[in-house]
Design a protein around this ligand. Structure first.
Ligand code: IPE
Ligand code: IPE
Ligand code: MG
Length: 258
């Protein structure tokens, strides 16, 4: 048999051409649980395993940034019970994972409207971020209460304030300045974005940052996503031609000149 499950994708990856930043929309927890007659929360709990798998998988091969979409601004509209279960799970997970992060030299970071999170979560998050801030192997960024439209609107407001105060002129407002006013300031844009569960949409995730990102969609639900699935996505990414508006001939010429 030669199904994708049995191919060890790790060996196929060219580690000299890794994406520096991978972003993931972890989707399908609820449907995965329902398919087994379980409650949606059971799916969220099992999603934590996949978080561990991909974090380890990325760090192992040398990916420098992993950004996980864990809770969107729109997710606040879910039933109260599900929202509190997700917040509790987040709290417990952050507390539990600190040891693994330290052991693996991984820095924890968060993007989003962190102030909307419950106080206990904010505190736990800040503590772990502070404790891991000097770790250098990889940065794990959790997008929490994250919405890209909110992020862009906030950026526009901050720039307007600076303009009004005379700290910046109209001509100085550039793409660089826009990027510097986003939560992701200082981070490279993701080269690869993965979404699980068969949905083909962005759902308000990194709208600015994904401008030229390669998108990869898989039918697998998040709790069943493995390290090998991650490596398969990276392998797929490495077999694509990124043209950035140019022609294939131009890209090949650049490659031979380098
Ligand atoms: C992703 O799984 C987790 C969060 C959005 C918090 P879902 O909860 O969206 O699961 P589905 O998409 O309903 O199956
Ligand atoms: C996107 O998933 C948000 C996260 C994975 C945290 P959703 O399940 O909320 O997305 P939609 O609403 O189906 O697009
Ligand atoms: Mg979903």
């Amino acid at each position: 048999m030669n199904t994708s499950e049995e191919i060890a994708y790790k060996e196929k990856i060219d580690t000299t051409r890794l994406p520096e930043h991978i972003a993931i929309i972890m989707d399908g927890n609820g449907r995965w649980a329902k398919a087994q007659g379980k409650h949606r929360i059971f799916g969220h709990k099992n999603g934590v395993k996949a978080v561990r798998e991909v974090t380890e998988g990325c760090a192992e091969i040398g990916v420098k940034h992993l950004t996980l979409y864990a809770f969107s601004t729109e997710n606040w509209n879910r039933p109260k019970m599900e929202v509190s279960a997700l917040m509790e799970l987040l709290f417990l997970t952050i507390g539990k994972e600190i040891k693994t992060l330290q052991k693996n030299n991984i820095r924890l970071n968060a993007i989003g409207h962190i102030h909307s999170l419950p106080e206990s979560n904010r505190k736990a998050l800040t503590e772990v971020m502070e404790a891991t801030k000097n770790n250098t192997r990889m940065t794990l960024t959790l997008a929490l209460s994250y919405g890209s439209r909110e992020e862009l609107t906030e950026a526009a407001k901050k720039i307007a304030i600076d303009f009004k105060a005379g700290r910046i002129t109209l001509d100085e407002i550039s793409q660089q300045i826009m990027g510097d006013h986003l939560y992701t300031k200082g981070m490279p844009d993701p080269e690869l974005m993965i979404r699980t569960s068969g949905e083909h949409r962005i759902s308000n995730f990194l709208l600015w940052q994904l401008a030229y990102t390669e998108l990869y969609f898989t039918e697998k639900f998040w709790p069943e996503f493995t390290k090998n699935d991650l490596y398969q996505a990276i392998y797929d990414f490495q077999n694509r031609e990124r043209r950035f508006g140019m022609t294939s001939e131009q890209i090949n010429e650049q490659l031979t000149n380098n």
